[in-house]
Design a protein around this ligand. Structure first.
Ligand SMILES: O=P(O)(O)OC[C@H]1O[C@H](OP(=O)(O)OP(=O)(O)O)[C@H](O)[C@@H]1O
Ligand SMILES: NC(=O)CC[C@H](N)C(=O)O
Ligand SMILES: [Mg+2]
Length: 505
């Protein structure tokens, strides 16, 4: 999913950006980067790995400056090579550094026109580097220096007209300020906060409100779909709607899985949404499984815990933490490669036998995507002596690829693709399987903010809000990014050792 952060401060921002990235780590575990600006020079450190491993004391010391941006990466385009870690940098015009959460759906077309029309070369296979070059090219159209807030907003409006897909973006423009914007559908989250430091107002933008909490910024508001925020390095804040037909369609999967429960996205408490998902699924279980005898409700940690608690309450059954999570293993779903994901489930979760022995257990997960987790967990529950093993998913069947920043490019890799519930249940070895209805999932999230009338729900119903995704594009994406293709291209990347990036230290 990727997490982004940007701060315009009046004191050094390196530590605040680092701390913010650590609380956004759940959005991307593959690479991390920070770019600060000191005396008109960018300082950049990015590498593969977790935040705590990427930034050593020597890097932090060199990341000087009172403004900066940061990124944690979960690759959904290009490769996972270090050369595609973010922020990206381009030297003209002015010197721009950019970090992006989301995925462009017309990156390949733009790559061609960028070269033909502007002679801009994009050196990696990352869609984010393309986005940076589109922004740079539009900023270069302005004839005045320094460019005005209106010029900045005009450039962002042009970007909206050129790129398609999902994008929440932060960028630093030397000599000017920090720009942040969200795509016209608001698919990926972005919020704005401020704090007062020595009598001066400092601003921060971040993927999730939890990042503001962690470094002492007060939440101001969500960035609107299509809107751009421009904060000059003197601390002046300008905002403007830059899209012609903005319409909020936040990704519903953020609420199911990606975001942290203590975040608010588009005024919805992620925790509250997960509780409501549990209540609604609990009611469905009561309706449809009246004759099934359940002794205990057990979550599959960690994301499903909040929903499972509500399911147990609705069913009036005990809730037990029957699986212990190894806190040193990260999220398995966002690991690159199926082999690594498979191996990690058993390293991550272990059963407490007494909670399973001779019991009919209802396991709860937030979602079943490739089925990697559920298949192994059901086996573990049986090994631990369970009598019957039922499984409930707080999200509906994931049947369609995601093109907006979740790495599910291939329908064939999704366990529910082309399968009915019974068949999926058999494949993962469950005695019974039940999914949330899509209408209930949407209602559960919308309870938190009834003003949201539309959600991006393509993985459940195949309806893509940007209107440009057809079967031809999905076939192209599948061929490009299915497991086999990714393995091949990663191998080639290794051989080429394409480590051309401006580390600056
Ligand atoms: O069907 P799958 O392909 O296995 O994907 C779904 C699983 O992956 C995620 O867990 P993950 O381990 O990533 O993170 P968590 O600890 O936040 O639950 C999610 O919560 C499900 O458990
Ligand atoms: N998950 C994301 O937001 C990824 C951002 C970008 N598409 C990349 O692959 O680096
Ligand atoms: Mg999980």
């Amino acid at each position: 999913m990727c997490g982004i952060v940007g701060i315009v401060g009046s004191t050094p921002v390196n530590q605040s950006i680092y701390d913010a990235l650590t609380v956004l780590q759940h959005r991307g575990q593959d690479a991390a980067g920070i770019c600060t600006l000191e005396s008109n020079r960018f300082r950049l450190r990015k590498a593969n790995g977790l935040v705590r491993d990427v930034f050593e004391a020597k890097h932090m010391q060199r990341l000087q400056g009172n403004v900066g941006i940061g990124h944690v990466r979960y690759p959904t385009a290009g490769s996972s090579s270090v050369s595609e870690a973010q922020p990206f940098y381009v030297n003209s015009p002015y010197g721009i550094s950019l970090a992006h959460n989301g995925n462009l759906t017309n990156a390949a077309d733009i790559r061609e026109t960028l070269f033909e029309q502007t002679k801009r070369h994009v050196n990696t296979t990352s869609d984010s580097e393309i986005l940076l070059n589109v922004l740079a090219n539009q900023l270069a159209q302005s004839q005045t220096y320094p460019i005005s807030p209106n010029d900045i907003f005009k450039a962002v409006g042009d970007v909206h007209n050129i790129v398609k897909g999902a994008y929440a973006v932060v960028a630093l423009v030397i000599g000017h300020g920090l720009i942040a914007f969200r795509d016209p559908n608001g698919i990926r989250p972005l919020c704005l906060g401020k704090r007062e430091e020595n009598g001066q107002i400092e601003y921060m933008v971040a993927s999730e409100s939890v990042a503001l909490d962690a470094v002492g910024f007060d939440f101001m508001r969500d960035v609107s779909p299509g809107e751009a925020i421009y904060i000059t390095f003197n601390g002046e804040l300008y905002t403007q709607q830059c899209a012609l037909n903005p319409q909020l369609n936040p990704c519903v999967f953020e609420f199911v899985y990606f975001a942290r429960p203590d975040s608010f996205i588009d005024k919805v408490s992620v925790y509250g949404a997960r509780l409501a998902m549990g209540t609604k699924l609990g009611e469905k279980i009561k309706r449809e499984w009246a004759d099934i005898d359940i002794d205990v409700v057990i979550p599959i940690p960690e994301t499903s815990c909040d929903s499972a608690l509500e399911i147990a309450r609705t069913l009036d059954k005990p809730y037990r933490q029957g699986f212990v999570k190894n806190r040193y293993v990260g999220r398995t779903f966002i690991m690159p490669g199926q082999q690594m994901r498979r191996k990690s489930v058993r390293r991550k979760l272990n059963a407490i036998r007494s909670e399973f022995k001779d019991k009919n257990v209802l396991l709860v997960d937030d979602s079943i995507v490739r089925g990697t987790t559920s298949e192994q967990i059901i086996e573990m529950a049986r090994d631990a002596g369970a009598n019957k093993v039922y499984l409930a998913s707080a999200a509906p069947e994931v049947r369609f690829p995601n093109v907006y920043g979740i790495d599910m490019p291939s329908a064939n890799e999704l366990i529910a693709h082309g399968r009915e519930v019974d068949e999926i249940g058999k494949l993962i070895g469950a005695d019974g399987l039940i999914f949330q209805d899509l209408s209930d999932l949407v209602a559960a999230v919308a309870e938190g903010n009834p003003d949201i009338t539309l959600f991006e729900t393509s993985v459940f119903n195949g309806s893509y809000v940007t209107g440009d995704v057809n079967q031809q594009y999905l076939d192209y994406l599948d061929a490009l990014r299915n497991e086999d293709s990714k393995l091949q291209s990663e191998l080639q990347q290794d051989l080429a050792s394409l480590e051309l990036y401006n580390e600056g230290m």
